[in-house]
Design a protein around this ligand. Structure first.
Ligand SMILES: *Cc1c(COP(=O)(O)O)cnc(C)c1O
Length: 425
């Protein structure tokens, strides 16, 4: 693309942007350039309203809110699963909104990891999010295996990205299950889920993905790709609020499989209140629910998903790619002298929704950015992540962000701050 480095280009692009009006639906503080929607998305008015609806249902109906509220709580997780399906390319019955990434990973691994003979290993990667690895290790230990030998972590050649060929080479005969991120949380690399699934299945290996950094940013075709399972959170690109309930996908082929961790909300809906001690599982992904859903942490997702329905995930992805491209371009031309490295993949098909900048002063630069209204996030030791989220970021915001960063570097403003990260970074 031919990017002018003049500010006019941003204004022109904003005029052409068919998604620009969605920005008005979000609460964005004056003077804020919010580039952290990949950690915690912003509140929209519609998400606020759907939460208020459930509070009102409680006020009006008490216990009867389960069936008689405006959004009956008993079917809420299923309803939200249905609304999520288009974002991940699943059938309605393959998706449920429940749990968190980590608890859903425990559920998925305990349901899908069936060590058999010499097929005992779990394959992951050395760059993934720590919680995913903690879950895998504890699941191995629960089954009497030793993570030191039965967890294989594919190595990165550059410390930030993975090669699909290296992952495929590690798909050995003794691997029972593979867990990978769709998008790596630091570098923003998007893995080829279709290819990896094909290669895993050729070798008789179950494969699942953690969609934390792709859901709401990138289209998926999990059903057609034949992915076995997936998990995600809804509080990053899906803007459902801090601690918002997550989600999981189980391919139709596996429905009917007994959940590793059972609980009464996994029952067939009509059977649940029979209160029998022998469980009748739902024949949908709903079977993998455990206990009572956290209604007030589910409810904001309803309003938020309506926005995604209207905007269309393909349009969101197209704008996101333009925004990250534009940001990378401006950084290259305006910040060349200040020692930044752009470490996310440059090509569209391998790039997620955020830009990953490395700089030895990353921690202090992030503090200076915040002081100036730009909300980035920092990942130790030297990564600044900037996510220009398509639904509420304009091209002008990207321009302004890079200009602010340039001023911080020119004036060495970051030197006023302490080195090191805060407790929550
Ligand atoms: C955000 C994130 C998590 C967080 O898991 P929770 O159970 O929701 O706290 C886990 N894994 C990845 C890859 C993430 O990006």
């Amino acid at each position: 693309m031919d990017y002018s480095v003049k500010e006019d280009y941003a204004a022109e692009q904003d005029k052409l942007d068919a998604l620009s009006h969605f920005k008005n639906e979000f609460y964005i503080r004056d003077g804020w350039y919010y580039m952290d929607g990949n950690s915690l998305g912003l509140l929209s008015k519609r998400a606020e309203n759907s939460l208020l609806t459930s509070l009102e249902d409680w006020k009006q109906h008490g216990i009867d809110g389960w069936m008689d509220g405006r959004e009956p709580w008993f079917y809420y997780s299923e309803k939200l699963g249905k609304m999520t399906a288009p974002l991940i390319g699943s059938k309605v019955r393959e998706t449920i909104v429940t749990g968190s990434i980590t608890t859903n990973l425990h559920q998925m691994i305990s349901s899908f990891y069936k060590p058999d003979g010499k097929k005992t290993k779990i394959l992951a990667d050395e760059l993934t999010f720590p919680s995913d690895i903690y879950a895998v290790k504890s699941q191995l230990e629960l089954k009497g295996y030793d993570p030191a030998t039965d967890l294989v972590q594919v190595k990165s050649r550059d410390g930030l990205t993975l090669r699909e060929e290296d992952i495929i080479a590690a798909m050995a005969d003794d691997v029972a299950l593979i867990l990978l991120p769709s998008v790596l949380y630091r570098s923003g690399q998007l893995l080829d889920m279709k290819l990896l699934t094909e290669e895993a299945h050729k070798r008789g290996i179950i494969i699942g993905f953690d969609l934390a950094h792709s859901i709401g940013a990138i289209p998926h075709h999990l059903h057609n790709w034949d992915v076995d399972f997936a998990v995600w959170c809804n509080y990053k690109y899906l803007n459902s609020g801090p601690g918002g309930v997550g989600g999981l996908f189980v391919h139709e082929r596996h429905l009917g499989r007994k959940p590793g961790l059972a609980g009464w909300f996994g029952s067939k809906k009509e059977k649940q209140f029979d209160m029998e001690h022998t469980m009748t599982h739902a024949d949908t992904a709903g079977a993998f629910q455990i206990g009572t859903p956290h209604i007030f942490s589910l409810a904001p997702l309803l309003g938020s998903l309506e926005i995604f329905e209207e905007a269309g995930i393909e349009n969101i992805r197209a704008k996101s790619l333009k925004l990250t491209n534009y940001m990378m371009h401006l950084i290259e031309v305006s910040l060349a002298e200040f020692g930044f490295t752009i470490s996310n993949p440059a090509v569209d098909h391998s790039r997620g929704g955020h830009v990953c900048l490395q700089h030895e002063e990353a921690a202090r630069i992030c503090k200076a950015l915040k002081k100036n209204g730009v909300i980035p996030d920092f990942r130790a030791p030297n990564v600044i992540r900037l996510a220009p989220v398509a639904l509420y970021t304009s091209f002008q915001d990207v321009w302004d962000t890079v200009q602010i960063l340039k001023t911080i570097m020119e004036e060495e403003q970051y030197k006023q701050f302490e080195k090191g990260r805060n407790v929550v970074a």
